[in-house]
Ligand binder design. Structure first.
Ligand code: ASP
Length: 430
């Protein structure tokens, strides 16, 4: 079949477009033999997501341990770690500035008349509690406390990535500090585990078009393409800001700092970006991100297995940007005076909370709750943005994943890797 010869990202894109059409046509009720298509999409989508999530814990653990132990000691680890953190902090900061600028320019929350009436602050509080409550947000201290988990098995079982990352970093580092025969055995074991995870990823990726189709068809059947009314401007502001970061800031960094062709990188990352968009989870997308960065962009395992798993949890440009736009929008809608100090507080909190936010759908809402609390606004404000959150979640997740991948490319180039995003020669074109 011709369609199977298409590159994976084209297959996924076609699936995504078909899913929008089918989702709109069948809605939640239409079905066959007493089973709704909606239930079928839900089932297949969950299977696909589960398959991806199943890989996250062993993939993060093995890749960080292999990455860190492969660096061979504190000097290299310090250098790569320093560059990685510098990249994360800088790009998240740029992203927040873009968000701040757009929110102040467009002022989506400033309306004629009484904002309370225009936006009709009638947040569905039960829905809100469901979304925010089950994420166990806690306050910002709580988020960072989880970095050092009292029980590593529980952290893995509960998907507390920060704790898992911290433990794996230590584990990998101390492999370089034990007798050679033990170190070799440990290193080989985790390298094998990592290789197996990547092979399973290849298998799951073959099914990505079907998984994406089901996930997107279900989302569209759920939300429809409703008119966003007064939220349209907020939606537009967020999308414009995310688009600016994705299409202007990050490619400029790729071009000037990484000295690579950004267009080539978009094409290399196609499958990962579309999966991120469909799943709204950077953690679930991690296996595919690693596959694309290594196999399509040509970044070494040494760099990608260190930068990407860390980035999937720690580096969230899209999320940081969105937190900033959302907090400012809600503040404007409540008629709050946004002094320099308040905006500064929003920037700092967006930067910090984006580190602790998990790479799962709707996780930002927890961070926005933290920010609203800090600037003295009621949580109800989040109810305002719930209606459009899903589509924006999908968009910001793609930006999160893209920024991680740009980080891997830029850092690989700074480490002297020459094969990154190079044009294929006739000899290797296949
Ligand atoms: N869904 C996002 C992610 O996984 C997190 C968020 O902003 O809600 O990257």
């Amino acid at each position: 079949m011709q369609v199977l010869k298409l590159k994976l990202h084209w297959q996924i894109l076609i699936a995504l477009i078909l899913a929008i059409i089918v989702g709109l046509l069948v809605g939640r009720e239409v079905g066959l033999f007493g089973v709704t298509f909606y239930a079928l999409f839900d089932f297949i989508g969950k299977l696909f997501l589960n398959a991806l999530k199943m890989l996250i814990v062993p993939l993060i653990v093995s890749s960080i341990i292999v990455g860190v132990s492969g660096l061979g000691g504190s000097e290299h680890l310090g250098r790569l770690g320093g560059k990685t953190l510098a990249y994360y902090a800088t790009t998240s900061f740029f992203a927040i500035l873009v968000g701040l600028l757009m929110a102040n320019l467009i002022q989506p929350g400033v309306v004629d008349g009484d904002p309370k009436e225009v936006f009709g602050f009638s947040a569905d509080m039960t829905l809100l509690e469901e979304t925010v409550g089950d994420k166990d947000g806690g306050d910002i201290v709580e988020v960072f406390l989880r970095m050092i988990p009292p029980n590593i098995v529980a952290a893995a079982a509960e998907g507390q990535m920060l704790g898992l990352i911290f433990f794996s970093l230590l584990y990998g580092f101390f492999i370089t500090r034990i007798p050679e025969h033990q170190a070799k055995m440990q290193g080989d074991f985790f390298a094998g585990m990592f290789a197996i995870m990547m092979r399973i990823t290849d298998l799951i990726m073959l099914l990505a078009p079907i998984g994406v189709f089901a996930l997107v068809a279900k989302t569209v059947a759920d939300t429809g393409l409703e008119a966003f009314g007064p939220l349209a401007l907020f939606f537009l502001t967020a999308v414009l800001a995310l688009g600016t970061h994705f299409l202007v800031v990050l490619p400029l960094l790729l071009y000037f700092v990484g000295r690579v062709n950004p267009l080539r990188h978009y094409s290399a990352m196609g499958a990962a970006l579309l999966t991120a968009f469909s799943t709204a989870s950077s953690s679930a997308t991690l296996p595919i991100t690693m596959d694309c960065v290594k196999n399509n962009a040509g970044v070494s395992s040494r760099t990608s297995s260190f930068v990407l798993p860390l980035g999937a949890t720690v580096n969230m440009d899209g999320t940081a940007l969105y937190e900033c736009v959302a907090a400012i929008f809600i503040a404007q809608a409540y008629g709050l005076e946004l002094t320099f100090a308040t905006q500064f507080l929003i920037v700092v909190l967006a930067l910090l909370t984006s580190i602790g936010v998990a790479g799962i759908p709707a996780a930002s809402l927890v961070a926005i709750a933290v920010i609203l609390g800090a600037i003295g606004l009621p949580l109800e404000g989040i109810g305002l943005i719930l209606a459009v959150d899903r589509i924006l979640d999908m968009t910001r997740t793609a930006v999160n994943v893209f920024s991680d991948s740009c980080g891997a490319v830029i850092i690989a180039r700074s480490e002297g890797e020459t094969g990154v995003l190079q044009p294929r020669t006739t000899a290797n074109r296949g």
